[in-house]
Design a protein around this ligand. Structure first.
Ligand code: HEM
Length: 390
């Protein structure tokens, strides 16, 4: 029996790219669901295997509610996480379903087809600038970041790019227990954007939400959930660029047959996370699963990334294989939690890699993928730079 002092402590290892850290490998090898200690010292369950992760993501007894939010065990001490946890399970479930119903239509195949030409234009314009400047270039700062940010602003109808960027990436100064959204400058900015769109409608997601019979603060929280995708997307795109650079054979296959871009993107997403961060959930009832007993109120952390390296499901999981099929990676989550914006993320990645591999097919990274600098912040970290030459 493991005593609580011996529990593996999360957040103590340096981040690694496109593979599992030694700690995560050991945790996954030891069992599907393991008792761990979080970076803030609380105890919880970490789910690192594919089958059990999917099972728990489909289990309605696991969600974003806790009967006593002020004293719940925490993964991180962040108001951005605490504010997503409500005290009533049924209310949390209903609010989540409503949020998905309002957002999902914005990412339909028809909408994506309409957005695709503009995304391709943005990606090619960024590549034109890189080529005009000449080598070397930072493909993270000059390609992944500006294109994914511009695409997000286009989607939301935001023209004040500098203000939005600084609010989105600024560390929060609000205390961990203060979960009043009105205290967050980003939230105030988005509520004002909503009011503006009511008076001056545009062809964007924010305007459509203002026409759904909801208040400006409600629009602001839905737009904020969407906007936070920016903390993930450019980093995933950059890991993909690094994977193409360090796997020339796979890159060559995609250049010769661009129809492989779709499966290459799935493989990038499977391997693409850069920070050790988990999505905290709470059990609303006792649950027996995989030889463990999760008690009501306990913290359950879903590790979508490690589950994508589970060799019970993925053959040779450390290999970047642009033809991997099937590729049932859980990196966009599963069931009712499935990433609403996944269709947009896919279009963005396909258009960015297409522009890069067409205009600069023989780019090289100046440092190996294993030595890339990573900002180690579980909430907003990721690739710091991607120095490349050609
Ligand atoms: C490669 C890029 C992306 C990855 C890996 C990713 C991954 C995820 C994951 C794992 C979740 C589940 C969160 C949870 O269970 O609490 C999620 C949710 C979500 N994502 Fe993404 N995402 C990406 C890009 C995007 C983009 C571009 C957008 C929209 C602009 C977006 C919008 C959303 C929204 C609105 C949710 C909330 C869904 C819910 O709570 O039901 N994501 N994403």
């Amino acid at each position: 029996m493991t005593t609580s002092e011996e529990l593996p402590v999360l957040g103590t290892e340096s981040p690694v790219i496109a593979c599992l850290s030694a700690q995560m490998r050991a945790i996954q090898a030891g069992g599907a669901i393991r008792r761990v200690r979080t970076p803030v010292g609380d105890e919880g369950w970490l789910v690192t295997r594919h089958a059990e992760l999917k099972q728990l993501l489909l289990d309605e007894r696991v969600g974003k509610s806790h009967p006593d939010p002020a004293n719940m065990p925490k993964y991180l001490d962040s108001p951005l996480i605490s504010m997503t946890v409500s005290s009533d399970h049924e209310t949390a479930r209903k609010n989540h379903a409503r949020m998905r119903k309002l957002l999902t239509p914005h990412f339909s195949a028809k909408r994506m087809a309409a957005l695709r030409p503009k995304i391709a234009e943005r990606a090619n314009a960024a590549m034109d600038q890189i080529l005009e400047q000449g080598p070397p270039a930072d493909l993270h700062a000059q390609l992944s970041v500006p294109v994914s940010f511009q695409v997000l602003c286009d989607l939301l109808g935001i023209t004040e790019h500098d203000t939005f960027m600084s609010l989105l990436t600024a560390p929060t100064t609000v205390g961990a227990s203060d979960t009043d959204p009105a205290k967050f400058p980003l939230f105030t900015f988005l509520a004002e954007l909503s009011a503006h769109k009511r008076a001056h409608p545009g062809p964007d997601l924010t305007t459509t939400l203002t026409q759904a019979g909801i208040t400006d603060p409600e629009v602001a929280s839905l737009v904020a959930v969407t906007a936070f995708s920016y903390l993930v997307t450019p980093h995933n795109i950059s890991v993909g660029i690094a994977l193409f650079a360090s796997n020339p054979g796979q890159r060559e296959m995609v250049i010769k047959d661009p129809s492989l871009l779709a499966s290459a993107v799935e493989e990038v997403v499977r391997m693409g996370k850069t920070t050790e961060s988990f999505l905290p959930r709470y059990a609303s009832e006792d649950i027996e699963i995989a030889d463990v007993s999760i008690k009501s109120g306990e913290l359950v952390m879903c590790d979508h990334y490690s589950s994508g390296f589970d060799d019970r499901v993925f053959e040779n999981p450390d290999k970047f294989d642009v033809t991997r099929s099937p590729n049932p990676h859980p990196a966009f989550s599963h069931g009712n939690w499935y990433c609403v914006g996944a269709p947009l993320a896919r279009v963005e990645m396909i258009e960015i890699y297409s522009a890069l591999l067409t205009q600069l097919p023989d780019f090289q990274l100046q440092i190996p993928i294993s030595e890339l600098r990573i900002n180690n912040d579980q909430l907003g970290g990721g690739v710091a730079e991607l120095p490349a030459t050609w």
